[in-house]
Design a binder for this molecule. Structure first.
Ligand SMILES: Cc1cc2nc3c(=O)[nH]c(=O)nc-3n(C[C@H](O)[C@H](O)[C@H](O)COP(=O)(O)O)c2cc1C
Length: 279
């Protein structure tokens, strides 16, 4: 990249509406530029991802840090059309699942550690919420690191948490044993279009100095809604028959409407049924 600092600055301006100071002599600016320019991809070329490349990306992803070196995250690779299409059929509102040549599932594995304790003839008095939480955090870190690796080689990804709308069915389909939970799926392929940067809440909203300060959240959200609408306006309004059509429809209205219906209220029951103790 010829002048990474200027790419980073432009991307972060678009993302946060803030011009950040960047020392052009900093090492690692190419990597920061890739991170700053992240975007998910939902359209893919009809081109396969070589198995050895996928293995390399998995190895890089699983190089992510792991809580207490417990290594409680796994990656399930799904390439077979029949399996991918069966998952895609459950989620027709997301046609990118069908188009992506590879579908991955990032798993929280709360099974291996108690197994290791059993192998070593030790008690395991840690079957409580922390087991689920640690494994989920590890899986999320592996997923994020996988995206970094995939984007570095020019691949496009889209995490897919809606597989958890059908957690039980998908878990059975993938033959996941007890204490193995799908944290998120991921579409992977060569991008068919560049895609755009999604603005985020301002750094004043999400970065706190020395102590947590919420400040004037109403104003912060309003400013964000308007900044975001300038580059990424919503094309559709959710549930207009229930909430009406409004002239200015921003991020906060969309998220409030999205969460005005119960979503995955049965997920806790699913996780418990898979053998996790959430107390
Ligand atoms: C854990 C997680 C789950 C997600 N699930 C979905 C999903 O089910 N379907 C989808 O189309 N995008 C999904 N996404 C992608 C987000 O919608 C996307 O990251 C967000 O809109 C911001 O866009 P950006 O990543 O390009 O900045 C998910 C992202 C994450 C991190």
């Amino acid at each position: 990249m010829p002048n990474p600092a200027s790419f980073i600055q432009a991307a972060l301006m678009e993302r946060f509406g803030e011009r950040l100071q960047i020392d052009a002599g900093l090492p690692g600016l190419d990597e920061l530029a890739r991170i700053a320019m992240h975007r998910v991809h939902r359209r893919y070329l009809a081109r396969n991802v070589a198995p050895e490349l996928l293995r390399l990306l998995c190895a890089c992803a699983l190089s992510a840090p792991s809580k207490s070196d417990l290594q409680q995250a796994d990656i399930l690779i799904i390439r077979e059309n029949a399996k991918r299409y069966a998952i895609a059929d459950l989620l027709p509102e997301m046609p990118w699942l069908r188009d992506a040549p590879v579908f991955l599932v990032f798993l929280a594995n709360g099974r291996r550690l108690p197994e290791v304790s059993r192998m070593r003839g030790k008690p395991f008095p840690n079957d409580h919420l922390d087991l689920f939480f640690n494994a989920t955090v590890d899986a999320a870190l592996v997923m994020a690191t996988f995206m970094r690796a995939a984007e570095a080689v020019g691949l496009g990804c889209c995490p897919i948490s809606v597989i958890r709308d059908h957690a039980k069915v998908i878990s059975e389909m993938l033959e996941l044993p007890a204490k193995i939970i799908p944290v998120a799926g991921m579409c992977l392929g060569w991008p068919a279009e560049q895609g755009g940067i999604t603005p985020r809440l301002s750094l004043d909203t999400t970065v706190h100095q020395e102590r947590f300060t919420e400040g004037d959240l109403v104003t912060k959200i309003d400013i964000y809604d308007r900044r975001r609408a300038a580059t990424r306006p919503y094309r559709n309004q959710r549930e207009p028959e229930r909430f009406g059509r409004i002239e200015f429809y921003g991020w906060s209205e969309d998220k409030a409407r999205q969460y005005a219906v119960p979503l995955r209220a049965d997920f806790g029951a699913f996780v418990r049924a898979k053998g996790f103790n959430l107390d």
